[in-house]
Design a protein around this ligand. Sequence first.
Ligand SMILES: [Zn+2]
Length: 252
Amino acid sequence: MTEVFWNRLKASDLRDLAARDAIVLLPVASTEQHGPHLATGVDVVLCTEACRRAAQIVARTRPIVVAPTVWMGLAEHHVALGGTFSVSLTTWHAILRELCQSIVRAGFRKIVIVNGHGGNVSALNALTIDLTRETGAPIATTNYFSFAAACLDELMEDQDGVQHACEGETSMMMAAAPDLVDTARLGEAHGPNITMAGAIARTIHVWKSFGEMTPSGVLGDARRASPEKGERLLDAAAQGMADAFLAGEPWA
Ligand SMILES: [Zn+2]
């Protein structure tokens, strides 16, 4: 299998990949509470794993590399429940700008920021404009879970779409890092059914802490999560992203 992780390759390998105009995926995630049953690193684990799987597919036909995952993001809404790191928008912008500039200075031109955390979505949509201007490279952004949307609709039994520490995220963790799922506490892993799409569709936006929305820290219902569902979701996300990258979609 081709090695796709930047930090497992040598500088000479990366110079060679840059010379071949390789795609660089920059996974961005968050470290935050994920209910009573999941480790705080869920977004880091899942975003990295979705990128790894996508890159393995793409690497069969064109060069690609996965940069080290950004482990912190905008997670103020989780702070009340403990175990959470959160940085401000200006700090996060500065981090992304300097990481993207490093990638450009290493010789790469095709950068896709792949997000794995709901709280980063609107920030990334806005920052794409500034990051493109600041780096002089066309910075593409996407969310890995959006490529699993059809599969989520088909597989989720107790909730709509992807939520938080939910049937979807718990299933994917059971597939990618089962040692980080505390199955003894699965019975407590449920909360209100609030989808991200639904939250965005609200006409008047008011910031809310998860502390007010869900005492368990969970949105959705993880009680019927399974590793089989998780495998299918991760593969759907990876295949969808790989198809888009191979079609040249971000740079069309
Ligand atoms: Zn998250």
